[in-house]
Design a protein around this ligand. Structure first.
Ligand code: NAP
Length: 397
């Protein structure tokens, strides 16, 4: 077995890479082992003995505490850096232990600036739309800035008084005395590396368009600047491959366009097939990715990855939480971690194994042998356990 390396902005993948995994808290113990079984089976079926994954556990969250380690210690972070690619189950947000959220802390400490969420329809999944298949987007959401930078002060605190005094006396700002204050930094560096990642993705995967989503009509120097910096990086680095919406001679080029966030929600409902790759700031991306996932009925099975394309460090993760009431019951849907694993396989370049899983998940859902969350919305479905769902996927490969 060998470690994955990263040279000239490219992952170098051996045939038997070591990949990290974080089981996760709550239902992590149910879904993560099932996902690993499905991934192993797909790799074995696709490549016989030519390729295999060597999984190495990274202790974070409750499992780390059980081992006498910190919730998110340096050892775990260094291992994730060293192995570069990790599959992660959900983690509980500790209350009053110094982290706003372990998930956010992992993204920030490893500078995983792109939250990548593909959203498309799996035939057979119950959903609220007439044509759910028309939505097929990849959302690139900035992960380190905007409201997730977590800069805020509570009403009445010493901090809020200092900031308020400064804003009133030095900047001429008017503000009620009973305000809390939050600061939303959005940088040129952070915006351009995110937009660049989205454009590179669109080029590599032959997608049709990249849409910059922002609220720049109101917040000109953060949201508006995100849009301007996005177009700037497109012009400076991708002039050959891109054309601005409405420009002539755009044949054979990827279209780059922008939309104001509120209009974008309407557009994705009314004309979903006009959108493809989406690049956006943190909070817009938070709302948009859940809204899109709901539109295809897939909130419970939506996959995601957090990636730094400059260091080659990536964490592929379930997008749902730890659902503690179902922990250990072998009941919940493992689809989100499994499909995050599909993104992981695609990153390794093991497309055959990735395609095999997607086809088998689709078939299993169409056979209506599904976990409780899908079964309760489908007619004549057979409810099966989390582990049985994984087994059916393997049998359907
Ligand atoms: P949650 O754990 O996602 O659970 C909310 C509800 O979503 C569940 O009660 C269940 O709905 C459904 N659900 C979630 N995962 C499912 C699955 N795999 N299969 C089927 N249904 C599933 O959200 P939460 O209760 O707000 O958060 C619990 C903890 O998770 C918190 O500590 C939170 O901070 C953390 N969290 C972690 C992550 C992450 O690790 N990335 C993300 C979000 C939240 P029904 O009750 O209707 O069956």
């Amino acid at each position: 077995m060998q470690k994955i390396t990263f040279l000239n902005n490219q992952w170098q993948i051996p045939n038997n890479p070591i990949i990290g995994y974080i089981v996760g808290d709550g239902i992590g113990q149910d879904v993560t082992p099932v996902a690993i079984n499905v991934l192993n089976a797909a790799v074995e079926k696709a490549y016989s003995n030519q390729k295999s994954i060597n999984w190495q556990e990274v202790f974070v969250g409750e499992k780390a505490l059980q081992q006498g380690k910190e919730l998110l210690g340096e050892e775990a972070l260094n291992l994730m850096k060293d192995l570069r690619i990790t599959l992660k189950g959900p983690l509980t947000t500790p209350v009053g232990k110094g982290f706003r959220s372990l998930n956010v802390a992992i993204r920030q400490k490893l500078d995983l600036y792109a939250c990548v969420r593909p959203v498309k329809y799996f035939p057979g999944v119950p959903n609220p739309m007439k044509h759910p298949e028309k939505l097929d987007v990849i959302i690139f959401r900035e992960n380190t800035e905007d409201v997730y930078a977590g800069i805020e002060w509570e009403k009445g605190s010493v901090g809020v008084q200092k900031v308020r005094n400064f804003l009133i006396s030095e900047m001429g700002v008017k503000m009620r005395p009973d305000s809390g204050i939050g600061i939303k930094p959005i940088s040129k560096t952070g915006s351009q590396r995110l937009v660049k990642a989205a454009i590179n993705y669109a080029i590599n995967k032959s997608r049709k368009s990249v849409t910059l989503v922002h609220k720049g009509n109101i917040m000109k120097f953060t949201e508006g600047a995100f849009k301007n910096w996005g177009y700037q990086v497109a012009e400076q680095q991708f002039i050959e491959q891109l054309a601005k919406e409405g420009a002539g001679n755009s044949h054979d080029k990827i279209i780059i366009k922008d939309r104001i966030a509120d209009a974008m929600f309407q557009q994705l409902l009314l004309r979903p097939d006009e959108y493809d790759v989406i690049a956006t700031t943190n909070l817009n991306g938070d709302y948009l990715s859940d809204a899109c996932a709901a539109q295809v009925g897939g909130l419970g099975i939506a996959p995601g990855a957090n990636i730094n394309y400059e260091t080659g460090i990536a964490v592929f993760e379930a997008t749902h939480g730890t659902a503690p009431k179902y922990a250990g019951l072998d009941k919940v849907n493992p689809g989100s971690v499994i499909l995050s694993g599909v993104m992981l396989l695609e990153t390794l370049g093991w497309q055959e194994a990735a395609d095999m899983i997607v086809a088998a998940v689709t078939k299993t859902i169409q056979q209506k042998t599904v976990t409780y969350d899908l079964a309760r919305q489908m007619e004549n479905a057979t409810e099966i356990k989390c582990s049985e769902f994984g087994q059916r996927i393997i049998e359907n490969m």
